[in-house]
Design a protein around this ligand. Structure first.
Ligand SMILES: Nc1ncnc2c1ncn2[C@@H]1O[C@H](COP(=O)(O)OP(=O)(O)OP(=O)(O)O)[C@@H](O)[C@H]1O
Ligand SMILES: [Mg+2]
Length: 294
């Protein structure tokens, strides 16, 4: 149901141990690369963006995501945890949104629902004109593979692969990817292509993860605490990489953080508290990532 794309060069088949084996598409020949299914799920994402002004084409707002009265309740034995208590919001083309809120306020839950990694208990969610809450598992997998890039606090790189090979894991299965070298160049790692994760600093590993997320030209980049494990200086370099990608590719971006200072670089700041949106503001005074202090 998502917009169609030509078949990719690699397909996947399940092995008997709950992992996915990447296979050459035509003959279903395993190429020997075993990737846990959970990791493969977050590698997927792509597509082009169209408008020239943030969130607007011909003066009309374009929503990449729309959530309507979304709730999420976890039932743990006798106890119910209300992670989201009725969230409605739209994410527009080309916005750079910082999602702020205290621990447990529902930030990750909301991001995972928007990114089709999780489903709401009630409410509806759309990606462009496609209703995710009415979509099949297959369609949601395709959405993640073709349209969404994910970046998490911990980088989820494959230790036995170089930086370039980690990015190529994604570009090999994407339909219209950029070259892996170009993606690593965008995050300032053009000279570290052949380094393994253990030979890279935390900030450099996170930038490889960002390159991996954007190499497929996602419509939207969803980042859950991308600087959470980094010191100030290194975190700022990672933010600069995100800002550069946003400026050059125009990718709608959501960054979850505890750190209110990071909201100064956002075009829009959404605050969650106790599972609800308590503030949603445009930031008229954006500063470059290099000016963010904390
Ligand atoms: N799988 C789960 N099972 C049960 N409860 C969960 C689950 N995932 C999240 N929760 C609960 O839902 C609430 C919201 O969690 P969420 O991870 O979205 O918060 P968060 O704002 O991302 O917090 P943090 O800043 O600490 O990452 C919390 O109370 C959390 O304990
Ligand atoms: Mg979280």
């Amino acid at each position: 149901m998502m917009s169609g794309r030509a078949g990719s060069a690699l397909t996947e088949s399940d092995d008997s141990q709950g992992a996915i084996v990447l296979c050459a598409a035509a003959r279903n020949v395993p190429i020997g690369l075993r990737v846990p299914a959970t990791i493969l799920a977050i590698f997927r994402g792509v597509a082009d963006t169209g408008s020239t002004h943030e969130g607007r084409v011909d003066g009309r707002s374009i929503a990449v995501f729309r959530a309507q009265d979304v709730t999420k309740t976890y039932t743990m034995g006798e106890v119910q945890v209300h992670a989201l208590r009725g969230v409605s919001l739209e994410l527009l083309e080309h916005q750079f949104v910082v999602l702020l809120g205290p621990s447990g306020s529902g930030k990750s839950t909301l991001l995972n629902i928007l990114g089709a990694l999780d489903t709401p208990t009630a409410g509806r969610v759309w990606f462009r004109e496609h209703e995710l809450t009415a979509a099949s598992e297959y369609a949601l997998t395709e959405l993640r593979r073709e349209h969404i890039g994910f970046v998490f606090q911990f980088y989820n790189l494959i230790p036995s692969l170089t930086a370039l090979e980690n990015v190529r894991l994604v570009t090999d299965i994407a339909t219209d990817p950029m070259d892996g070298r170009e993606a690593l160049g965008l995050v300032g790692l053009g000279s570290r292509l052949d380094h393994f994760p253990s030979q890279l600093s935390g900030g450099e590993q996170q930038r490889v993860a960002i390159a991996r997320a954007i190499a497929k030209r996602p419509d939207v980049l969803l980042c859950d605490e991308p600087t959470g494990a980094l010191d100030v200086e290194t975190g700022r370099v990672v933010l600069e990489a995100l800002a550069r990608i946003h400026a050059e590719l125009g990718t709608a971006t959501v960054v979850i953080t505890h750190n209110a200072a990071i909201s100064r670089m956002a075009s829009r700041v959404v605050r969650l508290a106790d599972g609800r949106v308590v503030a949603d503001e445009i930031n008229p005074d954006r500063v470059p990532a290099s000016h963010v202090e904390w």
